[in-house]
Design a protein around this ligand. Structure first.
Ligand code: ZN
Ligand code: ZN
Length: 376
């Protein structure tokens, strides 16, 4: 069941208001009078608030009966970012909101039982006098899997920014023998920030030579050598949204085994992208990409799932893997990132972020070439 957020907002209404309406429908369907949102990512999604202490008491009726809570450090920020909800300013934000529930007519109050500790639950139950707390996991997360236009636009900008940083890095000669993995990671991150990113969207993976066969290698002081494969997995954070891309290049002319390995992964990646579509089981997309690698006898060297959703978190639903039960929907944004890793020699991974289409081919948000780049 997915009541999608309207993809366009008329009359300049904030997208957060449309998202709150969509959550309200779910709150009512669950038989609740309100939902206490304490997960900060969900609070941001529903209010626009970017501070470190905020919560939302969402009434099933309307915004007037709802409350946004934060503490005194964020009064100014909250007024700018959350102008459309009545605010409560108190240090123990979630408790302050819970204590107001019954006065606002909320008797059955859902809470995010997948994000609240046992101790916090006990404190909330004590504070919510006159209301009963009910488990309501995933109500906001279920909505977040399908991105609205504002979100896709932020992801598009984050992906384009990361593309540009990598192009600039290569054009400037930043990838060359003698430089270390750490230096290249720092250079890439500096370029993303200089281009306007709020930061890298996760710790960059820069892996040279045999290290490229380690899927999640952390950059070291190892210096690049001619003939190395160099795997770069990184992303930019823009307006809270995370891009994620991987490219593998060769320093100098590629050896035959590197060229063959690259072609295998490139074909698998294309097969995965082509399999994306609304109504398609995520496990089927994983299988479509894995098939050519398995056929080449390299199935055991594809060491991870095919991809994942990206958004306000770097890894979020849906999962693209053999064991996934998720079914794709139009407007999901997912990565497709097959890799083959030859231990002790080197590995290749190619990763794009794409928008799952309602029909036709998926829109790729990552623009950097997927053909083999020989550097220098
Ligand atoms: Zn990645
Ligand atoms: Zn990824």
């Amino acid at each position: 069941m997915t009541a999608a957020v309207p993809t366009s907002t008329r009359g300049g209404a904030r997208p957060e208001a449309a998202r709150r309406e969509a959550v309200r429908a779910r709150v009512r369907a669950a038989g609740l009078d309100g939902l206490l949102v304490t997960d900060l990512v969900n609070v941001r999604y529903l209010t626009g608030f970017t501070g470190s202490n905020g919560a939302l008491l969402l009434a099933a009726t309307d915004d007037a009966g709802s409350r946004f809570g934060t503490d005194g450090r964020y009064t100014t920020r909250a007024a700018a970012e959350v102008p459309d909800l009545p605010a409560v300013v108190e240090r123990a934000t979630a408790l302050a909101l819970a204590s107001r529930a019954s006065a606002l007519g909320i008797r059955r109050l859902g809470f995010e039982s997948d994000a609240v500790t046992v101790d916090a639950h006990a404190a909330l139950a004590g504070a919510a006098e006159g209301a009963t707390l009910e488990r309501a996991p995933g109500l906001v997360a279920q909505l977040r899997v399908v991105k609205d236009d504002t979100e896709i636009e932020a992801l598009r900008r984050a992906c384009t920014l990361a593309d540009t940083a990598l192009t600039d890095l290569l054009d400037a000669g930043g990838v060359r023998a003698g430089r270390t993995e750490r230096e290249i990671a720092l250079d890439l991150e500096f370029r993303m920030r200089a281009l306007g990113a709020d930061g890298p969207s996760f710790d960059s993976i820069v892996a040279a030579g045999p290290n490229s066969a380690i899927p999640h290698h952390a950059p070291t002081d190892a210096a690049l050598r001619p003939g190395d494969l160099l795997k770069l997995d990184f992303g930019a954070l823009v307006d809270g949204y995370h891009s994620d891309m991987t490219r593998t290049v060769v320093l100098g002319r590629a050896a035959d085994w590197q060229r063959e390995l690259y072609a295998l992964v490139q074909g698998a990646q294309a097969a995965g992208c082509a399999a994306l579509g609304a109504g398609v089981p995520a496990a089927k997309v994983d299988a479509a990409s894995r098939e050519p690698i398995t056929a080449a006898g390299r199935g055991a060297e594809f060491l991870h799932g095919l991809g994942h959703g990206v958004g306000l978190q770097i890894h979020e639903a849906p999962a693209l893997s053999a064991s996934s039960k998720d079914v794709l929907e139009a407007g999901m944004v997912v990565t497709v990132e097959p890799g083959v890793y030859l231990a002790g020699r080197g590995g290749v991974r190619i990763e794009d972020a794409l928008v799952v289409p309602g029909s036709g081919p998926a829109e790729g948000l990552t623009g950097f070439t997927k053909d083999l780049v020989e550097v220098g």
